[in-house]
Design a protein around this ligand. Structure first.
Ligand SMILES: [Fe+2]
Ligand SMILES: [Fe+2]
Length: 334
């Protein structure tokens, strides 16, 4: 976790999940009433708006096929609509992850489905994080509605089932035992909570997009800067209480969760290009996918790597963290 993220949360003395211990969890919990953006920034967020004017809705450089010659042949209006729908799809991806994966997991943590949540501050941290997530969904759905109105979108593609959730649900569908499905949700939530900020930070500091869009990302990132160390700390409590089978499943599933949570959603890119009617959509996406590094939106999983080291399971997780880099791998597409 980058120190700047902690600084944004008012925890300047934290620079690594290694330094997060029980006292730090207590401090994170104690600071929540001052830190939580639902308290500090609700009014400014509600007063912000989507101008619908010049700035892009989504950073152009984060669209993996932005410089494909056939995409550049499309009309300005078509490319702008793809950009707007990319922003909508990103919001939908965040909402789907929170509503259908993170929040059900926080509920399971609160209800004692997983062992080891005994400290009061751990229970508080779970409830606080859950409240934050519901607020984040509200922020992102508000952002989508404002964009819909500002850009006069009457119909939109269905981007409510992003690749992150599709891959989780494919795995849970193949598991007959509830404890197995619960562990899969836990893995997805842990990786998601530790990883989500890497992409949010890209949007939070982007000067080319609508100010309201970078504001949503900035506020969300501030809360997530605390969720990362909170979830890492809680997971350490849980992991030591899991039985052998549960631990094996957790370890075995980590690589799939990492790949899913970092993945470019080519299914939704395809739907967007078809929806807009961009000529050569199939060719554009096929060409993009032949370029190295274009399967992932982001490859920086250093926070997950650090947790795996802390859990002393690094040698058993079949994922090559040497590719971990703060550089967006999709840059190779350019
Ligand atoms: Fe969130
Ligand atoms: Fe979170």
């Amino acid at each position: 976790m980058k120190s700047t993220q902690f600084e944004a949360s008012g925890f300047q003395d934290l620079d690594s999940a290694h330094h997060v211990g029980p006292s730090t969890l207590q401090r994170l919990v104690a600071a929540w009433p001052r830190r939580a953006t639902i308290r500090t920034d609700m009014a400014s967020f509600m007063a912000s708006g989507d101008s619908g004017s010049d700035p892009a809705d989504y950073p152009v450089h984060l669209i993996p096929f932005a410089e494909h010659p056939r995409f550049l042949e499309a009309s300005t209006e078509s490319r702008q609509l793809v950009n707007t729908l990319a922003w909508q799809a990103y919001n939908a991806r965040v909402i789907a992850a929170e509503e259908h994966v993170a929040n059900p997991t926080f509920e399971m943590l609160a209800h004692g489905v997983f062992p080891g949540i005994d400290r009061h501050e751990a229970k508080e941290a779970v409830q606080q994080s859950h409240i934050d997530e519901v607020w984040h969904t509200y922020m992102h759905m508000t952002a989508m509605q404002r964009t819909k109105e500002a850009r006069k979108l009457s119909v939109e593609p269905d981007y409510s089932h992003p690749i992150t959730n599709r891959r989780l649900f494919e795995l849970t569908a193949g598991r007959s035992e509830k404890w197995e499905r619960d562990i899969l949700f836990l893995v997805w939530t842990v990786v998601g909570e530790l990883h989500i900020n890497n992409f949010l930070e890209l949007l939070a500091h982007d000067k080319t997009i609508q100010p309201m869009h970078s504001l949503v990302a900035r506020l969300h990132a501030r809360d997530e800067a605390a969720h990362g160390p909170i979830v890492a700390e809680i997971l350490k409590d849980v992991f030591v209480h899991l039985n052998k089978e549960q631990r094996e499943l957790f370890i075995d599933t980590l690589p799939a969760a990492i790949k899913a949570l970092g993945a470019q959603d080519y299914g939704i890119w395809s739907d967007i290009l078809e929806f807009v009617g961009v000529a050569g959509a199939t060719e554009i996406l096929a060409d993009t996918r032949t370029l190295p590094g274009t399967e992932m939106m982001l490859t920086d999983f250093s926070t997950v790597h650090r947790l795996i080291q802390d859990l002393e399971i690094e040698d058993r997780v079949e994922y090559d963290f040497s590719s971990t880099s703060p550089q967006r791998s999709g840059q190779a597409a350019k």
